[in-house]
Design a protein around this ligand. Structure first.
Ligand code: URA
Ligand code: SF4
Length: 199
């Protein structure tokens, strides 16, 4: 565990808890800052909190989150052990609508600052909203999921959103393939993600 990164993230979280930069602040129960290990080499980015996340203050803890955790576990990834998870917007959009471009624009600064502290080697976008905001505005999630691109020295990829997989379970095998290629990529570019159990 990296103590400096831990402290920096805690400070950032405290600041973020008071954010009123966009209209999403008015309906929230909790700011969902992010969770995971501060020195993660792999960072997952979702879209924004849903109902359960808003209640609990943690990303991906509803039905989609349970599926995400299962897929992560299948490739030895765990939010409490070796990854970090955050969202594009930190407050829940009403009725789980897509976050508006201006809301994303207001909130992305928090994600940038999280990214600057954690400095992951691999970024995994979960779903279209994160992929189009982080990888490329015209990213086609249905066609380009699982592909890796290098951006500013960081490897980036996108995987189908677990909530979409709950709606279209026939896409689960394709998502699982993407998790397997992610695992291979981690083995080639990361040093600590796998095999740091005894440190
Ligand atoms: N969907 C997301 O994109 N993020 C969450 O935290 C939960 C569901
Ligand atoms: Fe601030 Fe982001 Fe919440 Fe908007 S969504 S109030 S920018 S933390």
């Amino acid at each position: 565990m990296d103590d400096d990164k831990h402290t920096d993230l805690e400070k950032l979280k405290e600041e973020c808890m008071n954010c009123t930069a966009c209209e999403l602040c008015s309906g929230r129960k909790n700011v969902v800052f992010g969770t995971g290990v501060p020195d993660a080499e792999v960072m997952f980015i979702g879209e924004g909190p849903g109902e359960q996340e808003d209640i609990k203050g943690e990303p991906f803890v509803g039905k989609a989150g349970i599926l995400l955790d299962k897929m992560l576990a299948a490739v030895d990834l765990d939010r409490n052990k070796n990854i970090y998870i955050a969202n594009i917007v930190k407050c829940r959009p009403p009725q789980n609508r897509d976050p508006k471009p201006e809301e994303q624009e207001h909130c992305i600064g928090w994600l940038r600052r999280q990214f600057a502290v954690i400095r992951p080697k691999i970024v995994v976008c979960l779903g279209r909203i994160a992929a189009t905001r982080i990888i490329r505005p015209d990213f086609r999630i249905s066609k380009e999921h699982g592909q890796f691109v290098s951006k500013g020295g960081v490897l980036m990829t996108a995987i189908l959103h677990p909530a979409a997989l709950l709606r279209y379970p026939e896409n689960k095998p394709a998502a699982f393939e993407d998790f397997l290629s992610l695992q291979e990529k981690i083995k080639t570019v990361c040093e600590r993600t796998y095999g740091n159990d005894d440190i």
